[in-house]
Design a protein around this ligand. Structure first.
Ligand code: DX5
Ligand code: ZN
Length: 234
């Protein structure tokens, strides 16, 4: 069953930073598969968030893999720092990187999983040549920079296009989605071809707690699997 292999990566952007360790531990106990860390520099996106010291602290309190989503103008300047802080995966954007292949090689040389992210306005086709060199691709389902934005349904056909490309070129590569993922939108993305779901508000913003939120997301994905998976149509 596809739903069983769907991985959940709670994004700490929506967590209570005053009790971050506790919230991450809660997510781990609830069955999260990874922790997603959003790094913003106020240039690549119009917002600031956190840096490598937070990754270093989290590394000590969770066994879950830490995936770092670099929304920064010059990712190369920070790769070593995040690698040393304990990141397992480094996700870099296609947009604004004139030497993406070199960046990906640097991540691999640091012994980390490399991933490439594309924004809503960026076509799937730009991933074609870099796909062989990465372990993960990520389709932004909102414009990056902020949590709690509405899911862009226009990205669904693109998720399908990315999945078909991955099946053809590098079947082991994860296809992640990030932004506006909740129990309603999660199954749509899984049906379209995603196997990693990043969710911030839907996990850490839930009034009934992280465990209930994780369970709801998983239940939604299972339910969505009653529909046929639309990956072969176009
Ligand atoms: C947006 C970030 C996302 C964000 C998702 O720029 O990359 O990871 O935390 O937040 P939600 O799930 O609230 O849309
Ligand atoms: Zn993110």
């Amino acid at each position: 069953m596809i739903a069983d292999v769907v991985k959940l990566a709670p994004s700490i952007l929506a967590a209570d930073f005053a009790r971050l360790g506790e919230q991450v531990a809660e997510a781990e106990r609830a069955g999260a598969d990874r922790i997603h860390v959003d790094v913003m520099d106020g240039h690549f996106v119009p917002n600031l968030s956190i840096g490598a010291p937070v990754v270093r602290s989290l590394r000590r309190v969770t066994r879950l893999p830490l995936e770092v989503h670099l929304m920064v103008a010059d990712p190369d300047a920070f790769l070593t720092e995040f690698a040393e802080a304990g990141a397992d995966t480094l996700l870099v954007h296609w947009e604004g990187n004139a030497n993406l292949h070199r960046t990906v090689q640097r991540i691999t040389t640091l012994g980390k999983r490399a991933g490439v992210v594309i924004n809503p306005a960026t076509p799937a086709a730009v991933l074609e040549e870099i796909l062989r060199d990465v372990e993960q691709v990520m389709v932004m389902t909102v414009d990056p920079g902020f949590g709690n934005q509405p899911f862009l349904a226009t990205t669904l056909p693109k998720i399908g296009r990315v999945r078909r490309m991955v099946e053809r070129v590098r079947p082991s590569c994860d296809v992640a989605v990030d932004g506006g993922i909740d129990p309603h939108t999660a199954p749509l993305t899984v049906v379209a071809g995603a196997n990693v779901l990043v969710a911030g508000t839907a996990v850490f913003g839930a009034e009934d707690g992280v465990a209930a939120a994780v369970q709801r997301l998983r239940a939604g994905v299972h339910h969505g699997q009653d529909q046929p998976r639309r990956v072969a149509s176009r």
